[in-house]
Every structure is written in structure tokens, then in C-alpha cells.
Ligand binder design. Sequence first.
Ligand SMILES: [Zn+2]
Length: 216
Amino acid sequence: MARKIFYENAYDSTCTAKVVAVEGNAVILDQTVFYGESGGQPGDTGTLNGVKVLGAKVRDDGEILHIVEDASTFAAGNDVSGLLDWERRLRIMRIHTALHLVGGVAETVAGKCQYAGSGMKDSGEGHLDIMAEKRIVGELVQQLEAKCNEVIRKGAEVKSWFDELKKDYRLVQIDSLAPIPCGGTHVRNISQIGAIKLRRENVGKGKDRIIVTLSS
Ligand SMILES: [Zn+2]
């Protein structure tokens, strides 16, 4: 199984690695900075030895597949150097962390929340479906936005760790908010998210969809 460098340092944008196998247009490496699409977070793009990586996926067994434009120059045993499209990855980390923050802060504004789904795009937009004690509509959306931006301005550390007892169970925690299970990549400090904008969409069934966008 490839060593997942992004869990050791989500800010590493380059790596050297050995090709373990090539399957069709998928290259498997012994270690990688490329996050494979999972948990709602898009897979990374970039290059391997200058060849375009169109995306990264996770195989059923957890192995990361680097989907390259042209696999003809890769063979098992080759040394490769990988380079992420860092601007895109950082934008994904910012919106991903913002979704956790909005979810956490929502509890302070709308009471006990249940989260019914989320998603994010590499454009810097994401959504969170929330069923809260109070419906998150009208004024409350503005309140939530203002509170999130206040917390972002102040800044707070984002910690993540693997649970010692459960296999592959990773938790992420922003400041003193409750830790939540997540296998994605996040910014180190919420100040790096920058200002966010919120709007609400009605998706029925007692859920409020909060659409989050990065301001820059
Ligand atoms: Zn996360």
C-alpha cells in the first residue's frame, strides 16, 4: 500500500516515488502526495514525470490510482517525480475545512445539528445539508456567516490524528469544536480559509442546504 504523504504533511506538493504497477492508464506508486477521491473530496491533479495526472482515485483495497493522460512511459520499478496542481489542492483544502467549520459553528447558532450530506468542488464551493433544531433560513444564515467569518479572522489550529484503537479511523478537530471523523486534507489554521459566503437552498425533508463559497 502506498505511503500517504498527505497524512504526514498536507502541504507537501511534490514527491519522488517508485512505480509499483501500471494498470491501463492508472499508475500505482509506493508513496504519493496525490489524494485519491473519497469522502466527498475530489482527487488531486498534477503531473508525474511531466505527464498529466487527470485525477486520483481510490481502489477498493485502498490503493491510490493516478490516472494519467498517457501511461506508455511508465513501468514498474521506474523512479518518478510527482507534482500536484497545488493551487487547486489548496483551494480544495480551504473549502473542505470551511465545511467542517460551518458545521461546527451551526450548532452554536441553530442548536443540535444532524448532518445529512456534504460535497465540494475544486472551484472553491461546497455544501452541507443540515437538520438543526432551528431551521437555518433568513437571518440565521447571515448570523451563521458572520460568526464563521469572525472565527476565521481570529484563526484556530486544525488538528488531525489517527485513532489508536480503530484501524484507519482519522479524526479532525478545529479549535475546541467536537472532533469529527474525516479522511481528507485540511488547512493547518482556519485563518487560511479567508472570508466565506453562505447561502441556503431548500432541499426538502427538513434539511437546509448551506452553500459555502470562498471569497478568493
Ligand atoms: Zn475533513
